[in-house]
Every structure is written in C-alpha cells, then in structure tokens.
Design a binder for this molecule. Structure first.
Ligand SMILES: C[S@@+](CC[C@H](N)C(=O)[O-])C[C@H]1O[C@@H](n2cnc3c(N)ncnc32)[C@H](O)[C@@H]1O
Length: 448
C-alpha cells in the first residue's frame, strides 16, 4: 500500500478516536469521516509502519446509519465528528469503543452496559470556549471552532450544540470588539488582544458568565469599557471577567482571572443541590447528563448504610456534595485551590456540614492519614490514576471503589492494575456526555 493509492473498502468499526477502520491485506487503515458499514472509495494519505491513514473520496454504499448532519458547518468544523451518524448508532459505537478498551488494554471480561443517552443532544453544551483571531486584511474578528486537525478558526455564527444565547453573545463580541480597538489574537506571532471567549451558561436558570481571555498581564481602560458593554447588552449575563494569558501555549485560561462587571460565578443545580461555577471552575459541560451520573453514584452509595466516603479528584466536591445526604461523612480531596474555595462556598450555600474539604494531592493526602473509608470515588483527569494513587486508595478503602472516568483507555489500564491487586469489576456503565464526538464517560463499580 502506498500514499495516493485509491482503494475500495468496507468500514468495519469505529476507532477510539472516531475514525472508521478498514483492513487491507490485514493492515489497519484509519479512514476520516467514515461510518461502520459504509462501502467507500478511499485515498491513502499516509502509510505508517503498522497502519495507514486515508480519506473518503466517494461513498459507494452508505451505511444505513448515515444521517444529514443538523449543523450547517459540520463539514468544516472539527467539533462534532460523529454528527453524520444517527444518535442511537453513535451510542452503540461508543459502547464498542469501551468494550475494545476493556478487552485489549484491561483484559477485563465484565460486560459493558448499554450507554445512558444524554437527555439532550442539541444545546447540551453549557461551557463554551471559543478561540478568536482576525483576518489579515480587513482585520475582522473571527470566533468559532477549529477546523479538524488545525488551528484555523471557522467563524461560526450558529452552533446547534450550545444554547442559542451563546451565539448571540459571541456575535456581539465579534462585531463590537473593533469599536473598542480590541484586536483578535495571532497565534503565530503571539500578538493581538483577545485569545478566547469563555462562556459558562447555567442549565438551571439561564445565567451566563463571560470570561475574555486576553493576551496580556494587565487590564486596560478599553477592556473594562468593552466588558461593561457586554454586561449591559444582555440581561442574562450576570458577570464579565478578564482572564490573563500572555504565554505562547495551547492552554486556554491563564492563572489569574478578575471580575470587571457583576459577579464572578453562575448558579447551577444538580439533583437538589445548588452549585456556584466560576470561569475557571471544573464542572461537567453537560449538566443534564452529569445529573444521571450523580444519581447513579448516589444510588450505589445508598446501598451501604452510613458509609464513610472519600471523594478523590473532587473539583468543587460535586460528588461529595450530591451524596452528602446519604453518607455518614465525606472527605473531598482536590489539589486546585480555586475549586476548594468554590466548594467551601457551596457547602455553606447548601448548609452541608458532613463534607470535609482537603486541598491536596490525592496520593499525598492518603499517605498522611491512617483512617479507612467504606467507599472511594475516583474521578481523575483523562490521564487516569498513578499506580501509587491506586495503591493508597486500596490501603484506605474497605468495600468499594467507584471509578468515574472520561477516558476508556486509562480506565481499562487502571482496572487491570486493580484486578491484579485482587479487586473485581462488578459493572461498567457508560454515560454519553459529549454527544456527536467519540468521547464517552464511564462509571465502574469495583469490589475490593
Ligand atoms: C475530571 S475532574 C473531576 C472533578 C469532579 N469530580 C466533578 O465531577 O466535577 C478531575 C479533578 O481532579 C483534580 N486533580 C488532578 N490531579 C489531582 C491530584 N493528583 N490530586 C487531587 N486532585 C487532582 C483536577 O484539578 C480536577 O478538578
């Protein structure tokens, strides 16, 4: 097989990164924008040692699961890779991704449950992070999402997966910024003013918090006036912040955020608890789907009367707070100071007094204590847990680990390690938080 070859293939399945997989003489070919069960003419774009990459030139026989994407920008925007596949089949394919990871990485034979669908598959995204640049000649601001595998911005006026008000706010910022002499960011030169627009939108009451991420270490009169103009234009905008990020980096938010108008948070509600979300606070982007996860975890914990619970990698202690009514005591451990501060406010807001907050690295915290918990909730970032963290978790947990994961590969790796240490995996339940992408969240129940 060579670069440039044109071949006819049948797409067998979806890869863990959302591309179709075909096989040619036993060699795996990853085909962009292909759906399992498609028969397609493809062009090989790259040949590697163990696999090749290709793009579709023509669909000869389309899969019965192909649908017309509901987003007019689907072909140019890299955000929703799977929108051309019907939603039920997306879920079936994501289940396969989890099964493959469990089998090949984890050596786990526990059956994977059917994914729980997102309650909404449009306008479900309540955290919007939109890169900004500007055209070379006319100096018009561009704001939207990146093209697939590039940092070229698609100027998106309507994004059907985010609440409509977000389109209006972004459009206002895009059109008004030049009046305030605010330029868009130039990534190559690390020049210009506005790098990103970050919007937090409450699924509970429709409030919005806007953060303007600027390429500077300090604010200016023009930025304050611009923030005020945004604040005054929209009734539902309850706060406008400025975040400072002057580094040449792909990380969106810098370390410092100041509030210039209104308040620096929005309220969100999960189950019967009220949360305060700041511009930089980690919170699930799809709160309705997250609520299903919180319900599931709470139900699992309710099977153990008066349980002492460790909520590790806690963020703003969302799990600790939602299970606090049914647990005897919860310790929520989180290394990010800002999240712990927000968690403290949330505990007060909900009059909860059986959740202890610890601002620490999970492993270090566990090494510093002697006590044991009945149940540990682990919700680490995509990279999963270190073996040391898993060892400490086992030392300090009596009955069960509830592992919440946004990455099937690292979950499978960590489950393999826990099984080697004598644990058994009782169940694996996927939840769809990121509709139309290959991402899938899982909750694994592990008996010790
Ligand atoms: C996937 S988020 C989960 C947040 C929270 N459980 C929720 O559902 O909102 C992972 C969290 O782990 C925190 N974190 C990352 N490494 C950590 C560590 N070694 N110890 C404690 N917290 C950590 C991050 O700051 C982040 O808030």
């Amino acid at each position: 097989m060579q670069k440039g070859d044109i071949l006819t293939v049948n797409i067998e399945k979806l890869s863990n990164l959302g591309t179709g997989i075909a096989r040619i003489n036993g060699q795996v070919v990853f085909v962009e924008n292909a759906c399992p069960e498609d028969e397609a003419k493809i062009k090989i774009t790259k040949v590697n040692k163990n696999f090749a990459n290709a793009k579709v030139i023509e669909i000869i026989t389309p899969s019965a699961h192909r649908v017309k994407p509901f987003c007019p920008m689907h072909n140019v925007c890299g955000s929703c890779q799977l929108q051309f596949i019907d939603y039920d089949y997306q879920l079936a394919l994501k289940k396969q991704i989890v099964e493959d990871a469990m089998r090949t990485i984890g050596n786990i034979d526990t059956p994977v449950n059917n994914p729980i669908a997102s309650p909404e598959i449009k306008e479900f995204r309540h955290k919007v992070q939109c890169p900004v640049s500007q055209t070379k000649v006319s100096k018009k601001l561009l704001a939207g999402y990146y093209k697939p595998q590039s940092h070229e911005i698609v100027n998106i006026k309507y994004c059907p997966i985010q609440p409509k008000i977000c389109d209006k706010v972004i459009d206002f910022i895009r059109n008004k910024a030049p009046e305030f002499n605010i330029s868009g960011y130039n990534e190559q030169k690390n020049s210009g003013d506005l790098r990103h627009i970050v919007i937090r939108h409450s699924a509970y009451n429709g409030e919005l918090l806007i953060a303007l991420v600027i390429n500077s270490t300090k604010t200016s009169g023009k930025l304050s006036s611009f923030a005020k103009a945004i604040f005054e234009e929209f009734n539902d905008v309850t706060g406008v912040c400025i975040n400072f990020n002057s580094k040449k980096t792909n990380v969106i938010l810098g370390e410092k955020t100041i509030c210039v108008c209104g308040q620096d948070f929005i309220y969100e509600k999960i189950l019967d608890k009220t949360f305060k979300i700041g511009a930089a606070t980690f919170f699930q982007i799809n709160p309705k789907s997250a609520e299903n996860i919180f319900k599931y975890v709470k139900n699992e914990i309710s099977k153990h009367e008066n349980a002492a619970v460790l909520d590790a990698y806690a963020g703003i202690a969302s799990f600790g707070i939602t299970v606090s009514d049914i647990a005897k005591k919860v310790v929520s451990v989180e290394e990010n100071k800002e999240s712990i501060c927000k968690a403290k406010e949330v505990l007060e807001l909900n009059s909860i007094n059986n959740v202890e907050l610890q601002c620490a690295d999970t492993t270090k915290y566990l090494k510093s204590i002697k006590k044991k918990f009945d149940i540990t909730i682990l919700d680490p970032p995509r990279k999963g847990c270190t073996q040391e963290a898993l060892d400490e978790t086992l030392k300090h947990t009596k009955k069960e680990i509830i592992y919440v994961s946004c990455n099937p590969a690292t979950l499978a790796r960590d489950l393999k390690y826990l099984c080697k240490k004598g644990c058994t995996v009782e169940s694996i339940q996927p939840f769809d938080m990121f509709c139309h992408t290959y991402h899938i969240e899982n909750v694994a129940i592990i008996n010790i």
